[in-house]
Design a protein. Sequence first.
Length: 280
Amino acid sequence: MKTRLIAAVFFIFYTGTVQNCTIVIKNHGMKIRESTSYWDDVGYTLTSCEAACQSDSSCFGYSFDSDSGKCAKSKETGTKNANSCPTCSFHSKRCGLDCSVTYTSYGNDKASENPYSTSTKSYPECETSCSSDQNCTGFGYDSSTNECTLTEINLVEVAAYTCTTCTFSLKVCNGSIGGVTTTQNVITELTTLTNVVTTVNEISTTPDVTPDVIKTTETTTASKTETETRLNCAYDPRNSSKVVGGVGILVLTLILSLIIIPDILTTASRLTRKRKLKKT
């Protein structure tokens, strides 16, 4: 049975003129929550919940419920489904590409949890792949097969079988984020529920930003998304709409009848007269 060891990777916070470091917030979508939490409270907006995580070096993800205003912070970037909470969303924090990064190795018999990329590379190439990918929070490497795996979950997992050639390294982000004021520089990756990135947009520090704002931004892709199409062609199941539709059809039918029936009667009358004239 796999045993998971939670590894807290700490961002280093500086003040003054230290290297600027963009902290990336990834939106994992709706009906998704944190896998575990160490703090939660109510009375928050999406913006203030994000700021609470930004200013906490132990926080690597936060969930927000727009219905209750509940904000929960997590030391993990992993998620779990929350189908019973359609107003819940999860957002994970990670290093931007402009950050200086180092790695903490956790020794042998360790592996990536739920890797999203598997390839054959040398160890330096594997590390470079993780460093150049802001979704990557750590990488696993098997020196016997040169297998490189990248993950966006910041957990160290014990290998399912004894693997003395398997190691796992977590990314450590070094630099200054300047406190919560860097919210204006945060890049939000908008994803589908399958975590496929659809667009990357820069958002500003606007008070009381709600998930509705983010959902609107999600539809501004090069081609229409399924969500946008549904909004344009939405079906209204209410009985009142059916009644209104029925009345509309009836009115149109009556109007057409008033226009067409006199023409039909006039035409029939003319034909009758022509026949009588021919007989005489």
